[in-house]
Ligand binder design. Structure first.
Ligand code: GAL
Ligand code: MG
Length: 980
């Protein structure tokens, strides 16, 4: 009798699951299959000791059960709650023991079986998080370990024709949790498909496709192994399109085959048959080699434009419906992404077929991460403890066997952040033996002893440049150093896309394109893992770590993607699309033509049409198409534009785009892939004549359409628009990157703290004097001299505001001079911005501008913005990051208009950055979630002469030197005018 001990013991076992069949490929077969997805019965218990031991597995006693869909993550259906930690374990680290507070979900399904499942059938589970025990008709079949790995159980002799009862007990935590410490929500459940599959007696259990490509001869090299019960069997391979029929196991060279690549994902339908079963396959012929420290596919060095992809859904948790997965993969292709690392576990098996079809290079990662051992110096790390060897090998085997037939998989990854150790070496040895055709990846051991490519995460641009040139500092061990120096280099994670950013992508891409050793990399990460929750008072927003009452958590570090949890692109994705565009278009300054460089690795440019368009203020765009002879991969050409296309009186913009000339599997015809622009500006902004004079009353001063306070010298009203406040701003409410500690930075404090401690967010202005002086236009210039400083600080800034008017418009010249030594706590203080904050009395409805858009741009981002005329509602201007932060600046603005109740406030000037919001910096700074940003009826306008870059210090390097902003002089002029 289990008195509450045995279940605990089994959950605390170092061993892999027991009782399941050997892993094999995920096959599309004509053998009968029954999906067991649907409504199951479910009961949650708080721990294994309190979970009823017997009586429910055969479906007799279902007291306390209610309906739950399968697949599901049960906390997303009101049973318990999600919990988020990044590295830390949410329980005491004492492997292999599990906490007593260990939710246990009992799942029961009654289902009906027809005669087609006899005599042999198996039950397949594609993913149970984390530890399952399975019963069919009250008979225990075994256990599952490896949440994102498939387990199959032979049910021959247990399955009956007619009614059957399937029962699965799932424990949230098991010893396996120690090796599944990925940075994501802890979300238990049977979260992938469950199915019953008939196994014909003379059927095909497994197939191993070897479809190579010989780039010298253009031949495909095909061999397909078929097996049953681990033994090779006779079977017939057919590839109708190639007129091919050959026995399984035989190698055949096939002339004139079209190879597979992510650019041209050519697939051939094939079947493998015995008299009893036919399996359908999609063959992609391709070969992978590492030569001269370069990673090649089909004989050519390739460049990865990749993202890390987790599986998450904002309402369903780990369950990602097929159509969501399909549309997100298409969205990636539409944004020029060609590679995916399946961080940090194998994805749903259907993902690989889609990747084959759409064209992605996939680094397929094993379900392994032991990151939480690092804080104890990797003591007890499962990667190096022989007691874990069987479990880790089992994980690797299940990973490789399931997905080995996919052309898209170009590397196997042993796992993520699991330290170093003998079990990783054993996993690597096993893979090399089983599948010598694919290189092995693992980042966690920088000496790279058991891998084939040198991989790192978040290495700076400077270090990447050294590695690209092969001149990185040597390893101590000369043999390992020589081995590593012969390897290509991949950034398995780089440019951390958390919040506003990531900055610095262009600089990485330049390096990737320059140095053939560099394979490119994978942005961290594709998707934010926000969870949709109702907002008190109405609406919905994304929750993150800590929002579910977790005892320990890692806050919003779980929302760090190029798309939000609903797959809505963040500005970072729009920028990445341009940075990694396969074509680079440069338009000549005189508009006589453009050059186009193809960064493609295989295909020529015949898939694209080239369009040009001229836009001028208010005018309708004019344009057409231009013939470009197909460019071979990596070729550059110069193309002339029709003679009529020449710069007009500015501002005018010429855009040349490359668009798909036919629909593909992932986009419509006309989809834009790349573009370039040449902007003919209006020339420098000219202030209006300074003909007005200053009129003084007791309390006020008037100059043209403006009224100023005599107490502060600041404007109270401009053309009838009330001005609540105006002043210098050197700060912004910290982004996630500002809250991170810059890797390799001098100051150990996050920038956000440096700023706060330096007082940048609490500047006050002191009036030095107000004077009026004659202008050469016969009017007067009103000069307001101020000193801006913070409590307790000696350093400050002298700011002079000089106003003139022609009676209609106002010119404002702002001169900024730092005063004193801008050093605090022993470190130089850097600024976020040099600009004016203007708080208007009323709320603007729309903002229009000529400049970069439509999305935000900071000095090291905005690569995907283009110059043009844009108009947006006020509430569309900021970015709805899960944790509110500085966002929404539009760069290169030459003119802007804010629609207000009193009229339209026009701002022109030498290109500035413009940010407009309905809430204050203080409100933004204090906000933790989107609903905290309550408009207060004012309009907060920021006109910035200079801004700092955003970098990627949330995880990785900070802002590159060129994009930093040290205290410095500034002198800039804007012109303000209110039109009725
Ligand atoms: C990496 C890790 C990822 C993720 C990222 C930060 O170290 O591999 O899983 O945690 O940092 O978002
Ligand atoms: Mg980690």
């Amino acid at each position: 009798m289990d008195v509450g001990g045995e279940g605990v013991l089994e959950l605390s076992s170092f061993s892999p699951g027991r009782g399941s069949l050997p892993p094999r490929a995920y096959l599309h077969t004509d053998a009968p299959r029954l999906s067991l997805n649907g409504d199951w019965q479910f009961r949650l218990s708080p721990g294994i000791r309190s979970a009823p031991a017997d009586g429910w597995q055969d479906g007799r006693d279902l007291r306390g059960f209610e309906t739950l869909p399968v697949p599901s993550s049960w906390p997303m259906h009101g049973h318990g709650k999600p919990a988020y930690t990044n590295i830390q374990f949410p329980f005491a680290v004492e492997p292999p023991h599990v906490p007593d507070a260990n939710p246990v979900g009992d799942h029961v399904l009654a289902f009906h079986t027809g005669p087609e499942f006899f005599p042999h059938a198996l039950l397949r589970f594609d993913g149970i998080d984390s530890a399952g025990t399975v019963w069919l008709n009250g008979v225990e079949l075994g256990t599952t370990r490896g949440s994102r790995l498939a387990h199959e159980f032979d049910v021959s002799g247990i399955l009956v024709e007619g009614n059957n009862t399937l029962a699965v007990r799932v424990a949230q935590f098991s010893a396996a949790s120690y090796v599944e410490d990925q940075d994501m929500w802890w979300l238990p459940g049977i979260f992938r498909d469950v199915s019953l599959q008939a196994r014909p007696a003379e059927g095909i259990d497994d197939v191993f496709v070897h479809a190579g490509y010989d780039p010298r001869s253009g031949e495909g090299v095909l061999r397909i192994e078929a097996s049953r019960g681990g033994q090779a069997i006779d079977a017939v391979v057919r590839v109708p399109e190639l007129d091919l029929e050959l026995p399984a196991g035989q190698e055949q060279r096939i002339p004139g085959v079209e190879p597979w690549s992510a650019e041209v994902p050519r697939l051939y339908e094939a079947t493998v048959s015995t008299p009893a079963e036919t399996v359908s396959l999609q063959l992609g012929f391709r070969s992978i080699h590492i030569e001269d420290a370069q990673f090649t596919v089909n004989g050519r060095r390739i460049l990865l434009r990749g993202v890390n992809r987790h599986e998450h859904h904002p309402r369903l948790g780990r369950v990602v419906p097929r159509e969501v997965m399909e549309s997100e993969l298409k969205l990636m292709k539409q944004h020029n992404i060609n590679a995916i690392r399946t961080s940090h576990y194998p994805p749903h098996p259907d993902f690989l077929s889609l990747a084959d079809q759409l064209g992605f290079y996939v680094v397929l990662e094993c379900d392994l991460e032991t990151h939480g051992f690092e804080s104890a110096g990797w003591a007890q790390n499962p990667s190096d403890d022989p007691r874990w060897e069987a479990a880790l090998l089992d994980r690797m085997r299940r990973t490789v066997e399931r997905d080995k037939n996919h052309a898209s998989v170009i590397m196997w990854s042993l796992g993520n952040e699991s330290g170093t150790g003998r079990n990783l070496a054993a996993m690597s040895r096993w893979v090399k033996d089983r599948d010598p055709s694919r290189p092995i990846h693992y980042e966690g051991d920088w000496s790279s002893p058991y891998v084939d490519v040198y991989s790192r995460m978040y290495a700076s641009q400077a270090e990447t440049a050294l590695i690209g040139q092969g001149i990185e500092p040597p390893l101590e061990d000369a043999a390992l150093d020589a081995r590593r120096r012969a390897m290509p280099f991949v950034l398995c994670e780089y440019v951390h896309a958390m919040g506003n950013g990531p900055g610095g992508m262009t600089e990485y891409q330049d390096l990737f394109e320059r140095h053939p050793r560099l394979m490119g990399g994978f942005v961290w990460e594709w998707l934010e893992h926000g969870i949709t929750v109702p907002t008190p008072g109405g609406g919905e927003h994304f929750a993150y770590g800590g929002d579910f009452g977790e005892e320990i958590h890692d806050g919003n570090f779980v929302t760090d993607g190029l798309v939000d949890a609903n797959r809505k692109p963040r500005p970072g994705l729009l920028d990445f699309k341009r940075v990694v565009a396969p074509l680079r278009i440069q338009v000549a300054g005189d508009w006589s033509g453009f050059t186009v460089h193809s960064g493609q690795d295989f295909a020529d440019t015949s898939a694209y049409s080239f369009r040009f368009a001229v836009a001028a203020d208010g005018g309708t765009p004019d344009g057409g198409t231009v013939e470009v002879p197909p460019l071979a991969a990596q070729e550059t050409a110069t193309v002339a534009l029709p003679a009529g296309i020449r710069p007009q009186a500015g501002p005018a913009v010429l855009t040349v785009s490359a668009v798909l000339n036919a629909a593909t599997a992932w986009a419509e015809a006309g989809h834009e892939v790349a573009w370039g622009q040449s902007v003919h500006s209006a020339g420098p902004a000219v202030p209006p004549p300074a003909s007005e004079t200053v009129h003084a009353t007791d309390a006020e001063l008037r100059l043209g359409p403006a009224v100023f306070s005599r107490l502060t010298g600041m404007p109270l009203e401009i053309g009838g628009v009330p001005i609540e406040r105006m002043g210098l701003s050197l700060w912004w409410p910290p982004t996630d990157n500002d809250l991170g500690r810059e890797w390799g930075g001098d100051d150990p404090r996050p920038l956000a703290l440096q700023w706060k401690e330096a007082g940048l967010d609490r500047l006050h202005s002191r009036l030095l004097g107000i004077t009026a002086g004659a202008t050469s236009d016969g009017g007067e210039q009103l000069v307001i001299r101020t000193r801006v400083g913070a409590a307790d600080k000696q350093y400050g800034v002298l700011v002079d505001y000089s106003w003139t008017s022609d009676g209609d418009a106002l010119a404002l010249r702002t001169q900024v001079r730092p005063q004193g030594t801008w050093v605090n706590a022993g470190f130089n203080v850097e600024w976020a911005r040099i600009g004016l904050e203007l708080v208007l009395g009323g709320e603007a409805s729309t903002v229009s501008w000529f400049g970069q858009g439509p999305h935000q741009a900071y000095p090291d981002t905005g690569q995907g913005t283009r110059t043009g005329w844009f108009s947006m509602a006020l509430d569309e201007l900021d970015v709805d990051y899960a944790r509110p932060q500085e966002s929404g600046a539009r760069a290169g603005v030459g003119s802007a208009a804010l629609k207000l109740q009193e009229g339209e406030l026009e701002i022109t000037g030498d290109p500035f950055s413009l940010t407009v919001r309905p809430y204050s910096q203080a409100v933004l700074d204090a906000a933790t979630h989107r609903p905290d940003l309550k408009p207060d009826g004012h309009t907060y306008v920021y006109v910035d002469h200079a801004m700092r870059g955003v970098g990627t210090a949330a995880c990785g390097p900070g802002v590159l030197e060129a994009y930093r902003l040290a205290p410095r002089d500034a002198d800039f002029t804007i012109v303000l005018r209110v039109r009725p």
